[in-house]
Structure formats: structure tokens, C-alpha cells
Ligand binder design. Structure first.
Ligand code: ARG
Length: 460
């Protein structure tokens, strides 16, 4: 195993198991681009303030660029003995450019270095997830407009409640992921603060220019407090919490797709390309993709818990515990990325069975509320109207017909206020068209909400 950068004060070499146990290069190697960006900005700043020479900063930047290319091409010899991504790259730099490479770590510690690399990495990850959420939002809006007039049963307690349009239902999904995007944007603001300059914990004795480094790396500002800068992982937790909510939303949507694709609901048919068959039952077409969207929410919730517990007992400032932040963070980023992609691609390949949805909306007397509302407009207090409409539902159940199929005479036994203008009120179309206000399910409102949605996506 290679010489340790910190070998000076040690007399006995690291135990082989401990070396493997403490190493993180197996998973943190994916920070390499962001680690190198941080190092180049740091070296240029060191030169600008005269701590190293411009020529030396240029050599360091060139050496790091060559190393980045080597890693990109899969030719870099990662070494577990060199512990983590940071030490691997620094050691490779020294091998490549010699003595000058040893100056890079002036006025820096791995503690501010790693916090900076993780923030840069997560910032990119968040930006890419926001882009994915916007694409999914676009698919929702496209579907909502297409299905603005499609009638389906709306549910409470998973029992048929009132008719809604499919477009309106899909716009509810849209609201969830728009909030998710806003949460990510909000969290991004607290990610985008630069730890470099905090050193190990107490700052540095060199005359560094933190504003310059922050600007070079696109950070809004340097962190205010050196102890906090190296020990804060709130930003990882906040992101993971926002990610867990994204997964909860995807899971709820997925659960609806699983239900809707059963023959019992029969609302949708998922594309063959997004399903799998059974190894024993020849007839099966299973909704694996939505099931996995639902199932994978568990791991992200687990990562959030892991990160919260990771931080709870840590005294200031940096502790090696923090190395454990990476696997939950990386897996969260990967999981949310793949799940958003899966839903974005699955929905346009889904067939919606409009006739079947309409037929199911007719079952369960979903326009009973409309009958009560009608009686209120005829002057009956709502509670009395509710009771009269309930009697009408009872009659319809007994006769095995829909409310709109009861003869006027039968309806009049429930309330003498009912006239023959009741019939359009009791249809699904009448019920939907009546809910014609901001946020309502009337087709006209769905189209307007979708148009506003486009603007809100663009304004994010
Ligand atoms: N791999 C370490 C981490 O992820 C880098 C920082 C190590 N610092 C230290 N003082 N051992 O946290």
C-alpha cells in the first residue's frame, strides 16, 4: 500500500483491515470532477494573492485537467490505500507534476475540501432533478389538456364520490411536483455556500481571498463560520427530505396507476414496454415499473433517517462520521433520477380507457351532491337538502337505477321542490360543468389551469 500523506507522526503502518474500513474511494470517486474544480479554483486564488506563483498554479491546473481526463476515460488507478477521492487525486498530481503538486493543499484541509466538493456535486444534481421535474410537469400538462373533458369517478375513501375530469386529476399530480421543484430550488440556496477557507476547522493563517474562490466556483458567498462550514450537513439532509417527498408523490401516483391498470378498474393499459410477464402465469402483464416507483420510496425515506441519525450526536466540528453522508446522498440522487425518468416515459405510453372511466363514474350515485345543491338553490337549507337527496339515492338503490333514471314523480316524493329541470343537473356532464371556478374540475377550468401551469413551470 502507498505511503500515507500523513505518515510523519506514525511509526507503525496502518492495519490492512483498518485501511479498507476507513476508505471511501469505493464510493466517493464520483466526486472527482467537482473535487478538481474546487482544487483548480483554490490554486488560482493562492496564486492571485501571492501564496504560490502563477506558473505553479498553471502547472497544477494542467496536471488536474490531465487527471480528470484519465478518470473520464477509466484509466485512473484508484487506490484504496489512498483512502478517498481527494487523496487519490492529490497523490496522482504529485506523481505527475512533482514538487509543485505538494503546494496545492496550502491553506486547505480535506474538511473544507470535501464539504466543497459535495456541495458542488449536489448543486449539479439538484439542477438536473429540477430539469427532470420540469419535463415531467410538461407531460402532465400535455395529458391534462388532452383529457380535459374525459370523465372519471373522483374518490374519497376509495369510494366513488363525485365525477371529476381526468385532466383535473392529472393537474393534482402537477401541483405535487411543482411544490417539489420549489422545495429543491429553496434547498439549493443553502447548498450554494462555500466552505473553502474554513481549513480543518479554525480557518487558515494565510491571506486567502474567499470571495474570489467563491465567485470562481459560482457560490453565492463563502460560509460565515469556519466551524459550521466543515461540520454542517444540513444541506444534505434538506435535499434528502425534499427527495423523500418527491418519492412519496411518485409512490402515490404509482399506486393509482397500479390500481387503474387492474381489470377491476380497467381505466388504463400500460404500454407493453413498461410491463413484464409472469414466469408461470401466461396471461399476466404486471405493472412492475409503477410498483418499483412505489417500492423505491422506501430506500429514500431510509436514507433521510440515516442522515438525521448520522448527525444527531456529532460535536463540532468535523468528524469522520460525515464520510457516511455520501452513500445515502448518492443513492438518493440516483433513485430519484431514475424514478422521474421512468414515470416521464411511462405516461405517454399509457392508454386511457375513456368509455370505461365514464361508465364507472356513473356507478355509486356521484351526482347526489348536485341534487342537494339544486334543492338549496330552490330555497331549502343544505342539511334538509342533503336528507332529501339521500332519500332519492335510497329510492334509486332500491330500484336498481341511476338518479337521473328516476321518474320525476318518484323524485318529487323526496322533495316537492324538484322540477323537470333537475335532469341535466343529475348528469355527469352537468355536474362537471357546474364546478366552474378557479381550481374546479369543469373542463374549461382545467384548460385554464393547465395554461397557468405552463407559465408557472416557466417561472420556476
Ligand atoms: N473522505 C472524507 C469524508 O468524506 C474526507 C474528509 C476527511 N477528513 C479527515 N479529517 N479525515 O468526510
Amino acid at each position: 500500500s502507498p505511503d500515507k500523506a500523513w505518515k510523519g507522526r506514525f511509526t507503525v503502518p496502518t492495519d490492512a483491515f483498518v485501511e479498507a474500513f476507513t476508505a471511501s474511494v469505493g464510493f466517493d470517486h464520483r466526486l472527482y470532477r467537482h473535487d478538481i474544480r474546487g482544487s483548480v479554483a483554490h490554486a488560482r486564488m493562492l496564486a492571485a494573492v501571492g501564496i504560490i506563483e502563477e506558473r505553479e498554479a498553471a502547472l497544477i491546473a494542467e496536471g488536474l485537467a490531465a487527471i480528470e481526463k484519465e478518470i473520464d476515460e477509466g484509466r485512473f488507478p484508484w487506490s484504496v490505500g489512498r483512502e478517498d477521492v481527494h487523496m487519490n487525486i492529490e497523490a496522482a498530481l504529485i506523481e505527475r507534476i512533482g514538487e509543485v503538486g505538494k503546494k496545492l493543499h496550502t491553506a486547505r484541509s480535506r474538511n473544507d475540501q470535501v464539504a466543497t466538493a459535495v456541495r458542488l456535486y449536489l448543486r449539479d444534481g439538484i439542477d438536473s432533478l429540477i430539469g427532470q421535474l420540469q419535463r415531467l410537469g410538461g407531460v402532465f400538462l400535455m395529458l391534462a389538456e388532452r383529457e380535459a373533458e374525459t370523465i372519471m369517478p373522483g374518490f374519497t375513501h376509495l369510494q366513488v364520490a363525485q365525477p371529476v375530469t381526468l385532466g383535473h386529476h392529472i393537474l393534482a399530480w402537477f401541483e405535487m411536483i411543482l411544490r417539489d421543484s420549489e422545495r429543491l430550488i429553496d434547498a439549493r440556496g443553502r447548498v450554494n455556500v462555500m466552505p473553502l477557507g474554513a481549513g480543518a476547522l479554525a480557518g487558515t493563517s494565510f491571506p486567502i481571498d474567499r470571495q474570489m474562490t467563491a465567485q470562481a466556483l459560482g457560490f453565492a458567498r463563502p460560509a460565515e463560520n469556519s466551524l459550521d462550514a466543515v461540520s454542517d450537513r444540513d444541506f444534505v439532509i434538506e435535499f434528502t427530505a425534499a427527495a423523500a417527498l418527491i418519492m412519496i408523490h411518485l409512490s402515490r401516483i404509482a399506486e393509482e396507476l397500479v390500481l387503474w391498470s387492474t381489470p377491476q378498474f380497467g381505466f388504463i393499459e400500460l404500454g407493453d414496454g413498461f410491463c413484464t410477464g409472469s414466469s408461470i402465469m401466461p396471461q399476466k402483464k404486471n405493472p412492475d415499473v409503477p410498483e418499483l416507483l412505489r417500492g423505491k420510496s422506501g430506500r429514500v425515506i431510509g436514507h433521510l433517517t440515516a442522515l438525521l441519525v448520522l448527525m444527531k450526536g456529532q460535536p463540532l466540528a468535523y468528524n469522520k462520521d460525515n464520510q457516511e453522508d455520501k452513500e445515502p446522498l448518492f443513492d438518493t440522487l440516483d433513485t430519484v433520477r431514475d424514478c422521474l425518468r421512468a414515470l416521464t416515459e411511462l405516461l405517454p405510453a399509457t392508454t386511457f380507457h375513456r368509455e370505461r372511466m365514464r361508465r364507472e363514474a356513473l356507478r355509486g350515485y356521484p351526482t347526489a351532491t348536485d341534487l342537494a345543491d339544486y334543492l338549496v338553490r330552490r330555497g331549502l337549507p343544505f342539511r334538509d337538502a342533503h336528507e332529501a337527496a339521500g332519500r332519492a339515492v335510497r329510492l334509486a338503490i332500491d330500484q336498481g337505477v341511476d338518479l337521473a333514471d328516476l321518474p320525476l314523480a318518484a323524485l318529487k316524493t323526496c322533495s316537492p321542490l324538484i322540477e323537470d329541470d333537475i335532469f341535466p343537473v343529475l348528469t355527469l356532464e352537468g355536474s362537471l360543468a357546474a364546478r366552474d371556478h378557479w381550481g374546479g374540475t369543469a373542463p374549461r377550468q382545467v384548460l385554464e389551469a393547465a395554461a397557468r401551469g405552463r407559465q408557472r413551470l416557466a417561472d420556476l
